[in-house]
Design a binder for this molecule. Structure first.
Ligand code: ADP
Ligand code: MG
Length: 817
């Protein structure tokens, strides 16, 4: 979209939000069909659904199917959400508004319009829960549904993807895409052609996790231990030998440090061109030493490093830092190096989403990232009003001088609230903080549940109970959890959660019997459209009313997040569906957000002995810090995206070619053209189909091998350029060239070389590898594929290389200094 048009639009309506007028006009027509549809029997309903391709028909039939199958008649606002999704928008709907159902009706609608839909869930647990939960609705609508999780077999995956609608987490879908990229036969492919993607918790996936690369790696022997560099880095002293910038994002060797390191490395010149590799390794070791903190950035558990996810604030399973850094941290902690591998290919979640011609999504908080959604995905937002107005009371922030002052205040607030029986949910920013706080609360005689490193199913079950009378729940980052907190506790309402407590343990069977074990409940509901389960429901209602009478759930934030959107996600856990509730954030001037983003904040004084600060200057500082952080993240996203764009384009051409190799005989045709004599000689003894297959396998092996090498080169180029751009060592670009331009120029040159290499290597192999009527002997020709492959998620760029500079420039833009 042109800059002018987008600016114009700002004057015409709320920037970035689509008008709902057209959608609202459909509601009377949808309502008008209700009676007639209720009269149909199930088979007739399914038959009618097969014909419905317009918005009104899809919604009217969807509403009736949901009412029969779940005993939940979709509210008008849920249908507005469905229509927004069907228009390819991101629907902003608050937590607890019933997005799962809105999304399912939209997915079924897309199917009716001839598409195949993938619903991207936040995690495996929710993928399965939602597919099973919505299963009966899909059944009535005549739409087939499948789901994948980490434990699905290739056959199960193929079947799931082949269904009309398939639920899966971003990483599982991404890993399948990656594995398919290395398939050596069409029969091994599991994913379907990308068509429509419907993304749950869209902001979390498309913005917070957008840059996370999913990686497929192959065995390449043991990792270089990095012990030596770790030893050197461990001997260097802060300030004397190295300095850490204010934002704790970069570390620099001082002259003294350089001398010590050079000596330890045998008197080399670290900044000489030929030592760039050594400099990089040392730099990585120093990062591990000085910038990554145990229990904040990672835990050491079972002799392994476990990363703590920055955006979720909890242990991130199956995640690694880039290999060198990961090994450096292992060395720092004296752990044995875990197996490292050669990266065979990787994909960012953003690139994954952009493969789909049609994308749409739903989340409680989209408006705050409207700019990103438009810029990176071309998506518009439709803001759907809540079914019942939100009556949650959001109190102003309470600010304290120091972190201990803040924690004291939180503990006494919790004690006071808990004494009344009102449930409290405390959102902390990191794992260390949640553990510290839990400790302090138990000293104060308050028992609480701490959530930070459990599995998703358990997490969901615990979170679902956070609204029970007297509950105190401490949790890191609530964003993107997808679990609804009912006042009075989850009760029968979340039978799907109960069912999943033993998730994983019972893998199959559940597909048929569904995680909801309340068939009776559903049947009853079909009779009269109401939830009938006698005493059980009455008790749930009484529990709910009791907690509502106490004021509902109180949410306490232990600090503002790096974006106000994440604050809102936390707040949104309270006050769902018109429930009473409250929220309040406790902050301190020592919060990392403030010290990082406003390092030169003006000093403020506390009002009294409790360290409370009410100075308006300080309030301004807090708001400013958050605006700086939001600006910085946007800039980093933009920069990273720019760096990735070229590589993505190159990857696309390579994959197109690879697909041709896989599906056609182009491999043999090309080789026979270049090497007619060899081809003729082979044809004398090798049947044509065997030869075609041999040429295909040789071409694929060489292409994949060269691509992996190329990716490694790309990483080196980028690392080298960013090190030099930081002003260390010889800068062959004269300090004036833009690193991105330089990177693109270098990558364009290397890509040409990569293509030449592939042609040459493939030709060479065709001439030298033994090819008989049994096929090509790839192993003997040195073309064996990796003996094993595995997948992981990289916490790339954990320091945001340019964070410091970005903070300064964003601060300037925002009108300070
Ligand atoms: P969200 O994803 O928007 O936070 P969910 O899809 O998890 O919300 O739904 C929240 C709760 O609301 C669920 O327990 C669901 O059963 C219930 N719900 C959804 N739609 C309706 C409806 N139309 N009538 C009654 N309950 C509903
Ligand atoms: Mg949800």
């Amino acid at each position: 979209m042109s800059g002018l048009r987008s600016r114009m639009r700002r004057f015409l309506q709320k920037p970035g939000s689509a008008s709902l007028d057209r959608y609202e006009e459909l509601l009377p027509d949808i309502a008008a069909r209700e009676e007639e549809l209720r009269a149909l029997d199930d088979a007739a309903l399914t038959a009618a659904a097969a014909e419905a391709t317009d918005d009104v028909g899809i919604c009217a039939l969807g509403r009736e199917a949901a009412r029969r199958a779940l005993g939940e008649r979709p509210f008008d606002v849920q249908l507005l959400g469905t229509v927004a999704l069907l228009s390819g928008q991101v629907a902003e709907m608050a937590t607890g508004e019933g997005k799962t159902l809105s999304g399912a009706l939209a997915a079924a609608g897309y199917v009716r319009r001839g598409h195949r839909v993938q619903v991207m869930s936040v995690n495996d647990y929710l993928a399965r829960r939602d597919a099973e939960w919505m299963g009966p609705v899909y059944d009535l609508l005549g739409v087939s549904v499948g789901w994948i999780t980490q434990t699905s077999t290739p056959d199960e995956r193929r079947r799931a993807y082949a269904a009309d609608v398939c639920y899966g987490s971003a990483s599982e879908i991404g890993f399948d895409v990656l594995r398919d990229r290395l398939a050596i036969s069409v029969d091994d492919l599991v994913t379907a052609e990308p068509d429509v993607i419907l993304i749950d918790e869209a902001d979390s996936v498309m913005v917070d996790e957008a840059l996370v690369p999913l990686v497929l790696a192959g065995s390449a022997g043991a990792a270089d231990s990095g012990q030596e560099m770790a030893g050197i880095a461990g001997r260097l002293l802060p300030r004397l030998h190295y300095e850490v910038d204010d934002e704790r994002r970069n570390v620099f060797l001082t002259d003294a440090g350089t001398r010590v390191a050079e000596q330890a490395l045998g008197g080399i010149n670290l900044y000489a061109e030929e030592n760039l590799g050594v400099l990089t390794q040392l730099n990585v070791a120093l990062h591990a030493q000085a910038l990554l903190q145990r229990d904040v950035d990672y835990l050491v558990r079972d002799d392994r490093i476990q990363l703590i996810s920055a955006s979720r604030g909890r242990v991130a399973r199956r995640q690694r830092w880039p290999d060198g850094l990961h090994a450096a941290v292992e060395a720092k902690e004296g752990l044995r190096a875990s197996e490292s591998g050669q990266i065979l290919d990787s994909i960012t979640i953003q690139a994954l989403v952009r493969r789909y011609p049609v994308a749409c999504g739903m989340t409680g908080t989209a408006m705050a990232v409207g700019e990103q959604l438009r810029e990176f995905y071309g998506l518009e937002i439709a803001v759907i009003p809540p079914n019942l107005p939100c009556v949650r009371e959001d109190e102003p922030d309470r600010l304290y001088l120091t972190a201990p002052d803040k924690e004291d205040a939180v503990v006494s607030q919790v004690a006071g609230t808990h004494a009344t029986g009102r449930p409290v949910l405390i959102g902390t920013l990191d794992v260390a903080e949640s553990e510290r706080l839990a400790e302090r609360m138990s000293q104060a005689g308050l028992s609480c549940v701490v959530l930070n490193a459990k599995n998703d199913a358990q997490e969901a079950a615990i979170v679902a109970e956070a609204g029970t009378r007297g509950a105190i729940t401490v949790s890191t980052q609530m964003a993107g959890r997808g679990t609804d907190i009912r006042l009075g506790g989850s009760q029968g309402a979340s039978a799907h959660v109960d069912g999943a407590r033993e998730d994983g343990a019972r893998e199959d069977g559940a597909r048929e019997d569904g995680a909801r074990e309340d068939g009776a409940h559903v049947d009853g509901a079909r009779e009269d459209g109401a939830n009938v389960d006698g005493a059980h429901e009455d008790r749930a209602q009484a529990d709910r009313d009791e907690v509502a009478g106490l004021g509902g759930l109180l949410v306490i934030g232990m600090g503002r997040h790096a974006s106000s959107r994440l604050d809102d996600q936390l707040r949104g856990r309270s006050g769902r569906q018109g429930d009473p509730g409250g929220s309040v954030f406790f902050l301190s001037m020592e919060d990392e957000l403030i010290t990082t983003c406003v390092p030169d904040a003006e000093p403020v004084a506390g009002d009294g002995p409790d360290g409370r600060v009410t100075d308006p200057k300080a309030d301004w500082t807090v708001g400013h810090a958050q605006r700086v952080a939001e600006g910085v993240h946007l800039q980093i996203h933009r920069d990273t995206w720019r760096y990735n764009t070229l590589l993505e384009d190159q990857r696309r051409t390579v994959l197109q070619h690879r697909d041709d190799l896989l599906r056609t005989d182009i491999g043999l045709r090309t080789l026979a053209e270049s090497f007619p004599e060899r081809a003729a000689a082979l044809r004398e003894s090798v049947p044509e189909d065997v030869l075609t297959e041999a040429a295909r396998q040789i071409s694929l092996a060489q292409l994949d091998h060269a691509w992996a090498e190329y990716l490694a080169q790309a990483a080196e180029v980028r690392e080298g350029i960013s090190l030099r751009a930081l002003g260390h060592g010889p800068n062959p670009f004269g300090g004036s060239l833009n690193p991105l331009q330089e990177y693109n120029r270098e990558m364009t040159r290397l890509f040409t070389q990569f293509r030449d290499d592939v042609t040459a290597l493939t030709g060479h192999a065709f001439q030298t590898v033994t090819i008989t009527a049994d096929g090509a002997d790839l192993a003997a020709g040195g073309l064996a594929r990796p003996s094993a492959t595995w997948t992981y998620v990289v916490q790339d760029n954990p320091f945001g290389t340019d964070f410091g500079r970005a903070v300064k420039s964003i601060s300037r833009l925002l009108g300070r200094h």
